[in-house]
Design a protein around this ligand. Structure first.
Ligand SMILES: [Mg+2]
Length: 303
């Protein structure tokens, strides 16, 4: 069986993500969403710089059983490539993944800036991934957490990252997932509490981490690097994105990108990939309007 057929079998059309041609869109923004997006995009068109902050898994890419092959939705790479080439838009990816892994999957050259490991790792475009190395005591504790997984025969569900271990149960049935979640939380909670490590639950798993930095911290750090009043939006899907939504709500627009709605601090809900692509295209269009007319011209057009 060829690689392409294998990928299709496991993850469907998601794996055609490196196709350069944008896919035909089946969805556009609903009127209610459009009424929220339009005023925001007028500020984007009027500004010399805007800030687009994006989660990766579940937001730009569908979930995939083979995590190392979770490529973006069809059309996402293409529109992001054009957005990154627009000098008025700063794009930053903020992911729970390792930054280098995110860049590889995204498939954009030159790559955008990526904050990995929930914000505890930073990789500037073309640069190395900077991370605060865990102290020896934290590494010893992670080794204990790993040993516990091995003893419980759960290590096959683990993902090992710099300074953390994540266990994923998204692909298991509900009963088994609940069982494993209970066992992991019980076992790791004692380890984390006794040693000061962070225990972070996400949709479909939990992670034990040497760093307690979260996506909200990353958003605040990045926003602080921008001029005051820079239009900013954060797009994410997971419970770990809620802290980023809360951080960006003080400055701009927060967007839940998810097939199903759930309770959230985000101001807007859109469904991927159709509404996501529409949102990104509209952002790019707003910035191009600034290029064509300049801020005064945009203000005049907008009345
Ligand atoms: Mg996500």
């Amino acid at each position: 069986m060829t690689r392409r057929k294998t990928l299709r079998k496991n993850c469907g059309r998601a794996f055609r993500s490196h196709d350069s041609k944008p896919q035909r869109r089946e969805e556009t923004l609903k009127p209610q969403a459009q009424s929220t997006v339009e005023p925001f995009l007028r500020t984007v068109a009027d500004a010399s710089r805007s800030l687009l902050l994006l989660d990766y898994d579940g937001t730009l890419a569908p979930f995939c059983k083979q995590r190392d092959q979770a490529f973006p939705y069809p059309g996402v790479t293409s529109v992001l490539q054009r957005i990154i080439q627009n000098s008025h838009i700063r794009v930053v990816i903020i992911s729970g993944r390792d930054a280098e892994d995110t860049v590889r999957l995204l498939g954009i050259q030159p790559p955008p800036e990526v904050w990995g490991l929930h914000g505890s790792q930073r990789m500037k475009p073309g640069g190395p991934a900077d991370i605060v190395r865990p102290d020896p005591a934290a590494l010893e504790t992670l080794a204990v957490a790993d040993h516990w997984l091995r003893y419980q025969q759960l290590r096959h569900l683990a993902e090992f990252k710099p300074g953390s271990i994540a266990v994923h149960w998204r692909d298991l049935d509900e009963w088994e997932a609940d069982q494993i979640r209970g066992r992991i939380l019980l076992g790791w909670m004692h380890i984390a509490q006794d040693t000061g490590l962070d225990l972070l639950e996400f949709d479909g798993g939990v992670e034990i981490r040497a760093s307690a930095t979260d996506k909200g911290d990353a958003v605040r750090a990045i926003v602080n690097e921008m001029a005051p009043d820079t239009p900013v939006a954060y797009l994410g899907d997971d419970s770990t994105d809620e802290r980023a939504f809360q951080a960006v709500n003080r400055h701009g627009l927060s967007v839940l990108v998810r097939p199903q709605w759930r309770r959230t601090a985000a101001q807007l809900w859109i469904k991927p990939p159709g509404e996501l692509l529409e949102f990104l295209e509209q952002w790019l269009g707003a910035s191009e309007k600034h290029d064509l007319l300049g801020s005064k011209g945009v203000a005049a057009v907008n009345g």
